[in-house]
Design a protein around this ligand. Structure first.
Ligand SMILES: [Cu+2]
Length: 360
């Protein structure tokens, strides 16, 4: 009878301890907003694991603390404690139960994982390229639109086919819960279905060099009709001859057309430092190079920076980041425009015209 009282007391402490620890864990590790279909499964797993962790913690702590207070040696007690050899039944229980539990969690995790990575019906393919230190997204089903921003229609299963140009990167949008490394030389896939309209950020979750922390890209989950409008806008091929050089320069900057990722991935127009120097106030500014030389940014220098990016490196930035093949790409696009519209366009001149407008 007396013994039973102790069991009830400890059981009560375990229940209270579990609840308090669970609430505490949820409070110190709050998950970000859940914005994908996958989040449901993953968040439920988190809850179960947090619950188990809280229970195990409370179970051990309740027994230890209860025993150390209630059964502590009394001041006048000089007898030896009872000699206990062990309890085979108890030992079998506390070995077998956790084994079953851990195997069960493993099987459950594997089954859920298979569900997350398996192909879905009606999924939309987007090609993702990661490179130090920017992302670019290509839409093969939407006329090969190239974008520095990840635009997604809500409630449509997505499969990203991801390649790295250089080192390991990792595609991670915390709100979608799923995450996948990009491995140079191997195409990796990542599947998810965005379910909440909103703006998020892709971050690189693999330390990939000096500017790893700036390897961010905007994600916009939009309604189906907004997505269609975006595709329409991005794929509508403008008549270049009708645009001014500045307008064309802005197009090239954003790569609304052409098959290269926008300069926007690495160069801001608002003063923010990305992988490359900002273009705000670029034209005419004094630039210090890594060899200590200074120069004034003019047409010749800009041309050289695009044609031979490694020839002169701006202080504080790295060589071999800026793509080295713009000349070929520009030549190809210029030839296409000449064939389609009969006009000769100089993309670099357009870009320079656009840069000249970027003053504070
Ligand atoms: Cu990275």
């Amino acid at each position: 009878m007396n013994k039973q009282k102790h069991y009830y007391a400890v059981a009560g402490l375990v229940v209270i301890g579990t609840i308090v620890s669970y609430i505490f864990l949820q409070a110190i590790y709050p998950l970000p907003k859940a914005a994908s279909a996958e989040a449901k499964t993953i968040d439920f797993m988190f809850d179960v694991y947090f619950g188990l962790i809280a229970f195990m913690f409370a179970l051990i702590m309740a027994f230890i603390l209860y025993a150390s207070f209630v059964f502590r040696r009394q001041p006048d007690d000089t007898e030896d404690a009872a000699h206990i050899h062990g309890n085979t039944t108890l030992e079998i229980i506390w070995t077998v139960l956790p084994v079953i539990l851990v195997i069960g969690l493993g099987v459950w995790g594997a089954l859920e994982f298979r569900g997350l990575v398996s192909a879905k019906e009606n999924e939309m393919v987007i090609n993702v390229t990661g490179q130090q230190w920017s992302w670019s997204f290509e839409y093969p089903e939407q006329e090969d639109i190239v974008s520095a921003q990840l635009f997604l229609p809500v409630n449509r299963p997505i499969v990203l086919k991801m390649n790295s140009e250089d080192v390991l990167h990792s595609f991670w949008v915390p709100e979608f819960r799923v995450k996948q490394d990009l491995v140079p030389g191997y195409e990796q896939e990542l599947r998810f279905e965005p379910t909440v309209i909103g703006r998020y950020k892709v971050r690189c979750a693999e330390i990939c060099g000096k500017d790893h922390t700036t390897m961010l890209a905007d994600v916009q989950v939009v309604s189906e009709s907004d997505f269609a409008a975006w595709v329409e806008e991005r794929s509508a091929r403008p008549a270049y001859a009708d645009l001014t050089p500045v307008e064309r320069g802005e197009l090239w900057y954003n790569a609304a057309t052409g098959d290269w990722a926008g300069c926007v991935g690495c160069h801001s127009v608002d003063g923010a430092v990305r992988a490359g120097p900002t273009w705000l106030d670029i034209y005419g500014r004094t630039e210090t190079l890594t060899d200590g030389a200074t120069l004034t940014v003019d047409d010749t220098y800009i041309r050289q920076s695009i044609q031979e990016p490694n020839a002169q490196i701006v202080e504080g930035f790295n060589p071999n980041i800026m793509p080295q093949d713009y000349v070929e790409r520009f030549t190809a696009v210029q030839a296409e425009i000449l064939a389609d519209e009969g006009v000769e366009i100089d993309i670099i001149a357009d870009l320079i015209a656009f840069m000249q407008t970027l003053e504070e």
